[in-house]
Design a protein around this ligand. Structure first.
Ligand SMILES: NC(=O)c1ccc[n+]([C@@H]2O[C@H](COP(=O)([O-])OP(=O)(O)OC[C@H]3O[C@@H](n4cnc5c(N)ncnc54)[C@H](O)[C@@H]3O)[C@@H](O)[C@H]2O)c1
Length: 347
């Protein structure tokens, strides 16, 4: 049995990490730490284990692995502390707040010989896995272009707080571009079996305000034109101002057909041929923020993937070496938006 702890006991721990560890037969959930002790105590009461007074206390308690689920700016600090203590880490996305921190996390994993995985759960969604297989097998020919979107009404619905830390540059480091953009950027790498090597971005704060009426200090919309190494060109739009249904769709246009992922309420994957024929796949549906905050929950597979990687020792889709490539694109997009020019990314 793996002894597992959780650092940061907010929403993602409550709806994903703690319940998914509790359901995994190879895990003994032994403890929690949060700077707000009420939150770690609540997790210990609901799922068993100890509420520790510090991250150090938790890390020296004999745990084999931890999830790092704190605010973005503390990801690197907690992850490096855990790796240096000889503990495997599953860190939530976005990997960290700066490129230097991301590199330092990878370095700490290499030196400690411990695993570092990042919670890029979109790779595990069934329609995405099937779409990747079809694209790699050449079912839609050469990928010419793509369009990916992730938009919802904003993280205040998720955390239940109008003044969410997600809006504060000092704690979040970035807005939609990293909160949602890192999901879709990483997903494009995964689906296309390719890497983005050029970005032109417009990143803006269009609507969100703090309760006092001042604009939030991170972006609420980001638009990117991406070019990949294999020559495809497409777009990504991420937004916290879709004040209606969540849109979490991706469409890939190839020389021999089109693949639509999570673009239809019933069929999570649709494959279209140039002659008009369509194949409909009824796989899973992505869990929306609205579903999760209203108590609905599906197992995302992130925790099971982490646990399997630790037990088997095999490489994982969620290894940080993969996720860091998306972070390079995110920082390049920020540079592009700032300079008003196209930025080349060297992976
Ligand atoms: N994979 C996904 O789809 C997904 C979805 C939501 C959130 N997340 C990520 O999970 C992380 C947590 O998000 P959340 O929605 O649970 O936020 P949250 O505000 O609900 O929870 C964060 C928790 O961390 C604690 N915390 C913050 N800084 C800390 C520190 N330095 N030391 C100890 N505790 C600290 C807070 O007290 C809080 O309880 C974020 O990085 C977020 O981007 C990922």
């Amino acid at each position: 049995m793996l002894k597992v702890g959780i650092i940061g006991c907010g929403k993602i721990t409550q709806v994903r990490h703690a319940p998914e560890y509790a359901e995994n037969p190879n895990v003994n959930l032994v403890g929690y730490y949060d700077e707000d002790p009420r939150r770690s105590r609540a997790m210990a009461e609901e799922f068993g284990g100890v509420a520790f007074n510090s991250a150090e206390e938790l890390l020296s308690s004999g745990v084999d692995a931890v999830s790092v689920c704190v605010a973005n700016v503390a990801h690197a600090e907690m992850t490096i502390k855990a790796l240096n203590a000889g503990v495997h880490v599953l860190c939530e996305k976005p990997m960290a707040a700066t490129m230097e921190e991301c590199e330092d996390m990878l370095k700490a994993a290499r030196i400690s010989g411990k695993r570092l995985l990042i919670g890029q759960n979109q790779r595990l969604a069934k329609a995405h896995q099937k779409a990747r297989e079809l694209i790699i097998n050449g079912e839609i020919g050469r990928v010419i272009t793509f369009r990916t979107t992730f938009g919802h009404p904003g993280p205040e619905g998720w955390t239940g707080m109008k003044n969410s830390w997600f809006f504060d540059k000092k704690r979040a480091a970035f807005g939609t571009m990293a909160d949602l953009g890192v999901h879709k950027t990483d997903l494009l790498h995964f689906l296309l079996d390719d890497e983005i090597d050029e970005v032109t971005a417009k990143i803006a704060t269009l609507d969100k305000q703090f309760p006092d009426g001042s604009p939030i200090t991170v972006d609420d919309n980001a638009y990117c034109i991406y070019q990949t190494k294999k020559g495809a060109v497409g777009t990504m739009h991420v937004s916290w101002t879709f004040y209606g249904e969540e849109d979490n769709s991706t469409i890939i246009y190839g020389t021999k057909g089109v693949i639509r992922c999570y673009h239809h309420p019933k069929y999570s994957l649709i494959v279209e041929s140039p002659n008009g024929a369509k194949i409909y796949f009824q796989l899973d549906q992505l869990t929306s923020n609205k579903d999760q905050t209203s108590g609905g929950r599906t197992n995302t597979g992130v925790i099971d993937t982490f646990v399997s990687a630790l037990i088997s020792g095999e490489a994982s889709y969620l290894d940080a070496e993969e996720s860091i490539k998306a972070m390079r694109v995110i920082f390049a997009a920020e540079e592009s938006a700032h300079k008003g020019s196209t930025i080349h990314i060297s992976q």
